[in-house]
Design a protein around this ligand. Structure first.
Ligand code: UD1
Length: 416
């Protein structure tokens, strides 16, 4: 199994260009099923999850071609309406094909994703909302079977803010008969990106970026072109790599308004920032200070940054309390960080981190995508050698991370 081997202790310096957002490109790819024709996306990241989505769409009948950072998808006839277990189990975002399949083709059979490393992650809210739009839904043999001759607009209030749930229902409502409102909708920038693309396709969506979306259904959509927004989670991870190593790192191609909650916390921790158009520089010249963090939906502190932030807090002066409110089991990195000498106590969804003077390198096991980023950050700051096993987790969401960190001065290589 591939591993990342890190010789820690070097301050990172330089600049890195942020890739397109994983969490944007996946729903955009699913949206291509809403209409026949050829769609073109630019600024597409080279990620394992993109390849998995290409495989899923190919199974359904969508041809795709990638050239550099441009992805072309052509959808004409449907070959299947089933998202099989083998693909869904490796990538939960596969569930994003559910609503496009029902909205355009009248039926879908999508494997239930099941639990995952960070929590139960049900899709009950997607299903409840789709039912409210007139779909018939049954669970059979581990699959959701959904059908509707024509979806009807509805007034839907999500019990919990759900990102892919909001995206799925935006796609369903775009081709439904009549108007839909989605209340308590997610406000993540990736929702705005999908809404922009659907509107380019001829959809009528208003309110993206607020908690209420109104969508006037149209009878058909047309393919278009779109550049994927920057990956704010990747950008944040590079900024934190600068912070944890006491260096100075510039991330290019990412607007700072995607990262306000993180930047505020990092300022409290003693980092300074230079913020320009689409460019953020972080610098730190003193030991990090402890800061408390509670995760929440956008614009709050992202759960996808909690693991990386915890790595920083292991070396900060004082005690930090990190509360995870989105997922119930998202502290697996804490147990690995302790192997480097971190002082962390877990109490349910709260972690108490007493900063230590130094970490020392050790072999570690990555358990999920963001946990692996946390372990890499800790390894960059630890004395000696850290080996992060199961590197495939990181490749799901970070493009060639070891090459880009090496260009910033890190000693990191992949071991096959
Ligand atoms: C998306 C992101 C993921 C991020 C997460 C939270 C993508 C592809 N993935 O995941 O990186 O960590 O948002 O910001 O965009 N829930 C239910 N029932 C549902 C749906 C969700 O109870 O039907 C709960 C979940 O268990 C979780 C919370 O709602 O506790 C938020 O989950 P959700 O926003 O749906 O996460 P994803 O869309 O899967």
């Amino acid at each position: 199994m591939e591993k990342l081997v890190i010789e820690g202790g070097l301050p990172l310096r330089g600049s890195v260009t942020v890739s397109g957002a994983k969490n944007s490109v996946l729903p955009l790819m699913a949206a291509t099923m809403l209409t026949p024709g050829t769609h073109r996306f630019t600024n597409v990241p080279k990620l394992r999850d993109v390849t998995t989505m290409q495989r899923l769409l190919a199974h359904l009948g969508v041809d795709s071609q990638i050239e550099g950072r441009t992805l072309t998808l052509t959808t004409n006839e449907l070959k299947s309406h089933e998202a099989p277990y083998d693909l869904v189990k490796t990538m939960r975002a596969s569930v994003l094909v559910l609503c496009p399949l029902v909205a355009r083709w009248g039926k879908a059979r999508v494997s239930l994703p099941g639990g995952c490393a960070i929590g139960a992650r049900p899709i009950d809210l997607h299903l409840k909302a789709l039912k409210e739009m007139g779909a018939t839904i049954e669970i059979k043999e581990g699959y959701v079977e959904a059908s509707a001759e024509k979806l009807k607009g509805a007034h839907i209030t999500f019990d919990t803010v759900t990102v892919t749930g909001t995206e799925n229902l935006m796609m369903a409502a775009s081709l439904a008969e009549g108007a839909t409102t989605l209340k308590n909708a997610a406000r993540e920038p990736e929702i705005g990106d999908l809404a922009n693309y659907l509107n380019k396709m001829g959809a009528k969506i208003e309110g993206a970026g607020t908690d209420t979306l109104t969508i006037q259904g149209v009878s058909q959509l047309k393919p278009s072109e779109h550049s994927v927004i920057a990956d704010r989670i990747e950008a944040a991870t590079f900024l934190m790599a600068g912070a944890i190593t006491g260096g100075e790192v510039t991330v290019k191609n990412c607007p700072s308004q995607f990262l306000e909650a993180l930047i505020d916390r990092l300022k409290e921790a003693g980092c300074t920032f230079d913020i320009a158009d689409h460019q953020i520089t972080i610098k730190i010249t003193q030991r990090l200070k402890s800061v408390n963090v509670t995760t929440s939906p956008f614009p709050g502190f992202a759960t996808d940054l909690q693991a990386q932030f915890m790595a920083l807090m292991t070396l900060a002066e004082g005690t930090s309390v990190i509360s995870e409110t989105i997922f119930e089991n998202r502290f697996q990195h804490a147990l690995e960080l302790k192997r480097l000498g971190a002082d962390i106590t877990l109490d349910g969804r709260t972690a108490i981190i007493k900063g230590v003077e130094k970490l020392s390198g050790a072999p570690l096991m990555a358990t999920d995508l963001r946990a692996s980023a946390s372990l890499i950050l800790a390894g960059l700051a630890a004395e000696g050698t850290t080996i992060v096993d199961r590197a495939y987790h990181i490749d799901r969401g970070y493009e060639h991370i070891e090459e880009r960190l090496a260009r910033l001065g890190a000693k990191i290589k992949r071991q096959y």
